[in-house]
Design a protein around this ligand. Structure first.
Ligand SMILES: *[C@@H]1O[C@H](CO)[C@@H](O)[C@H](O)[C@H]1NC(C)=O
Ligand SMILES: *[C@@H]1O[C@H](CO)[C@@H](O)[C@H](O)[C@H]1NC(C)=O
Ligand SMILES: *[C@@H]1O[C@H](CO)[C@@H](O)[C@H](O)[C@H]1NC(C)=O
Length: 301
């Protein structure tokens, strides 16, 4: 990990208090809801079944999830099913606006001023930062997917083993010199905001809304860098009111559709370093549903 961080010139300060990150909070039509009120909580510490990129399989709250971890962890975060029944269901109308906020702090370090009265109406911030910026320490696309709850069960019982259709992604734009500017990461400065709509054509019913930022791994890693993609999944429980019926279009299954061979999960070393884009790079997570059609989720340059 030290070596990976060194590539981005990061330091290892306060690793435990402020480690990686996780998505914990939603705003609905501009109104922030309480952290973990509608987003399933996670358990820490938690024993995963794999150990890539780590010395042991014990993971803390904001640690990454890896493809060989438990399928439930890859879908919605570590031990999320243990918290599902305690998570409220957010009622939205198809077409409503959702904003997402993340934190780098463990729940034991949460304070009200990390959530409430943040500058510019953001849903999270860091009072210890001179600009109150809650940053991301890894680059990668931010993704949102919907999975419809199967008939006969409640969203609080659903493990996400069905299909997931992507409704939003926020990737990168390109600097004048052809290097890559990931909009969430923003070189560890103030991140972009993550605001999107539940498509108006979304059929009525209960859904899991999955939020993730995937740090792509490497196709051909040199020995000093890990090749392992990092996954940062959280899921919100929502009920969509809509005049549309039926099911949303075909999506991916998780983890099968987020494996090391699926498009976007790995890059060249040059792209990993942000120096240039790989030819034909496509964001991971399958096709993007605009509400009207499924489209290839390519960077818009
Ligand atoms: C969420 O989980 C964390 C860590 O497992 C725990 O410290 C915290 O109290 C939980 N939050 C809620 C609202 O249950
Ligand atoms: C359903 O259609 C009716 C009539 O057009 C409209 O008033 C209502 O707001 C729609 N409901 C939703 C959830 O979009
Ligand atoms: C990886 O994803 C591809 C689709 O992109 C799929 O065809 C393949 O079966 C998946 N592999 C595994 C091990 O799930």
């Amino acid at each position: 990990m030290t070596n990976i961080n060194a590539i981005f010139g990061l330091t290892l300060v306060a690793l435990l208090a402020q480690a990686h990150f996780t998505f914990v909070r939603l705003a609905h039509n501009g109104e922030w809801q309480a952290p973990t009120q509608f987003v399933r909580n996670k358990t820490e510490p938690f024993e995963e079944r794999s150990t890539p990129n780590t010395n042991n399989n014990e993971r803390l709250y904001n640690f990454p999830t890896f493809i060989p971890d438990y399928p439930e962890s890859v879908r919605c975060g570590r031990d999320n099913m243990a918290h599902a029944a305690d998570t409220e269901v957010l009622h939205v109308k198809a077409g409503d606006t959702i904003e997402v906020a993340h934190t780098r702090n463990s729940p034991s370090y949460w304070t009200d001023n990390q959530w409430y009265n943040c500058p510019n109406g953001r849903g999270s911030c860091d009072p210890n930062d001179p600009d109150w910026t809650m940053d991301f320490n890894h680059p990668g696309p931010l993704l949102a997917h919907l999975s419809k709850v199967p008939d006969g069960i409640d969203v609080g019982e659903y493990d996400g083993s069905g299909e997931w259709v992507k409704i939003y992604s926020l990737g990168f734009d390109m600097n004048e010199d052809g290097s890559i500017h990931w909009l969430a990461y923003n070189y560890q400065q103030l991140p972009a905001r993550f605001i999107f709509n539940i498509p108006e054509q979304t059929p009525a019913g209960e859904y899991l809304l999955r939020l993730d930022l995937i740090w792509p791994g490497l196709w051909e890693p040199p020995t000093y860098v890990s090749d392992t993609p990092q996954i940062y999944a959280s899921c919100a429980q929502i009920l969509v009111e809509s005049n549309a019926t039926g099911s949303p279009p075909e999506g991916i299954e998780i983890p099968a559709g987020l494996n090391t061979s699926t498009p976007g999960m790995r890059t060249s070393l040059s792209m990993y370093r942000g120096e240039s884009m790989d030819d034909g790079y496509i964001y991971p997570g399958g096709l993007l549903w605009t509400g009207e059609e499924l489209v290839e989720d390519k960077p818009i340059l």
